[in-house]
Ligand binder design. Structure first.
Ligand code: FAD
Length: 432
């Protein structure tokens, strides 16, 4: 059953020009490659396939950017939350090493794509910074800085004074900075990528939820309420929203991740005077708290931030004063900010924060588990999956495949979220 098309009450939905007009999938269609899901992963896969001249059709349940890609904070971050590069290589060997290179280059891949395709996405490549909220966690910044520097990433380690100058706050004890990061309007990026893919000859079908996939006569078949798409190769790019439209789609892949609701909010515009002091160079910022503190400006000079509350009651109204107080603690000169928009989206969490990448059959791929850190990675992964589908040996790509391992008691996992959040807060206070 198709869901009514509604957009979250997000700043992005309010401020972004409409996306392209798209048909629903009606009857039988054929393509060399079928892509399911029109977020950054699916659209990047389609765009990169078209750049190589392959025939590709995207099938999306709602509209491009309707999932996590159109709802996120828009921070373009060329690193995972964890594991760090040496742990990725220890776990995945040569494929892990190539994956760390892909992560290192991921922000550059995104910003280059925006420039090359002429996408208007309010893109600002002003760096991404992770400030450190307690003296004990400085060693985390030092470790990450050292590892990424060894991999050739454009990183810097900042002491407390340099961090204060960069962010205009005394809240932190130091930081590490990656100059290739930055931020975008994520819904504008998704809609722009859709237009670019269409311009290069891709087909995109919207409002066409895929109920199931099957294999018939050596081909993949994607089934929607009114149609089917038959293809040689298949990219499943449904990520944390995989089970949103029915339980039959890739249950083993979906049950590896716990979809956690993350709230985002946009402040009223900040005055020019204050902007000269608060994050004057406009980087993207997410700090070392487990209960993450993060912020960036958008093109209209609003602060885009967010957070989580353990008790699922009246969260949107409670979050406004809670986060205004947090920002006032970081930047007292802001006073108590007012927020115009609050919205949420689902983040697919894995138990070890490592994304899960899979080959789910002949010429068929999927991934899940963004852990809230994959705006850049999903665009970069789209390029890698496109290369694999176009025939490049996956053993030369940054794709550390594993077999799907569904979580035991997956259905109960969301109940653990309030406890996990309180555990993170306890650890944050104790420097664990
Ligand atoms: C609130 C929030 C804040 C975040 N902030 C950041 C950030 O600042 N920086 C960062 O790096 N990462 C962030 N992330 C993570 C980032 O948004 C995701 O990693 C990224 O958008 C994943 O893109 P995707 O294309 O893989 O998935 P999605 O964008 O979720 O796309 C999946 C698509 O599949 C479609 N779909 C699902 N089921 C079906 C079906 N049955 N048939 C057809 N289509 C289907 C959905 O409608 C959706 O459009 C955040 C995530 C959230 C939710």
């Amino acid at each position: 059953m198709a869901q009514a098309l509604t957009w979250p009450d997000s700043l992005w939905a309010a401020a972004t020009p409409e996306g392209p007009d798209l048909p629903a999938l009606d009857g039988e269609a054929r393509a060399d490659v079928a892509v399911v899901g029109a977020g950054f992963t699916g659209l990047s896969t389609a765009l990169h396939l078209r750049r190589q001249g392959l025939d590709v059709a995207v099938v999306e349940a709602m509209e491009p950017g309707w999932g996590a890609s159109g709802r996120n904070n828009g921070q373009v971050i060329p690193t995972l939350t964890r594991p760090d590069p040496d742990q990725i290589v220890a776990q995945h060997g040569a494929a892990g090493e190539r994956f760390t290179h892909l992560i290192r280059d991921s922000a550059a891949i995104l910003f280059d794509l925006v420039r090359e395709e002429g996408i208007t996405a309010e893109a600002e490549q002003n760096g991404w910074v992770q400030p450190v909220h307690s003296p004990g966690r400085m060693k985390i910044a030092e470790r990450r800085y050292r590892q990424w520097l060894a991999l050739g990433a454009p990183v810097e380690l900042l002491d407390a004074d340099a961090t204060r100058a960069l962010l205009g706050s005394q809240a932190w004890h130091g930081a590490w900075l990656n100059r290739s990061g930055g931020h975008v309007n994520p819904l504008a990026l998704a809609r722009g990528m859709a237009r670019a893919a269409l311009g290069r000859g891709a087909r995109i079908f919207a409002r066409s939820p895929v109920a199931r996939i099957s294999r018939e006569d050596g081909r993949w078949v994607v089934h929607t309420p009114r149609g089917r798409m038959v293809a040689r190769a298949l990219m499943m790019a449904t990520n944390a929203y995989t089970q949103e439209f029915g339980r039959a789609l890739m249950p083993d892949v979906a049950r590896q991740v716990v979809p956690v609701l993350s709230f985002q909010m946009a402040s009223e515009p900040v005055s020019e005077n204050l902007r000269g002091v608060v994050m004057p160079t406009r980087p993207a910022m997410s700090d070392t708290h487990g209960d993450l503190w993060f912020a960036r400006y958008d093109a209209r000079h609003r602060i885009i931030t967010g957070g989580a509350l353990a008790i699922p009651f009246n969260r949107e109204a409670r979050l406004k004063p809670y986060l205004a107080r947090r920002l006032a603690r970081i930047w007292p000169m802001l006073g108590e900010l007012r927020f115009s928009h609050v919205w949420s989206g689902k983040i697919g969490m894995t138990d070890d924060f490592m994304p899960r990448l899979h080959r789910i059959g002949p010429d068929a791929y999927a991934w899940a588990g963004c852990n809230g850190r994959a705006v850049a990675l999903s665009v970069a992964l789209g390029r890698e999956f496109a290369a694999a589908i176009a025939g490049r040996d996956p053993a030369t790509l940054g794709l550390p495949f594993t077999e799907p391992e569904p979580l035991a008691l997956h259905a109960l996992a969301p109940l653990a979220f309030p406890f996990m959040l309180n555990l993170y807060r306890w650890r944050d206070a104790r420097e664990v």
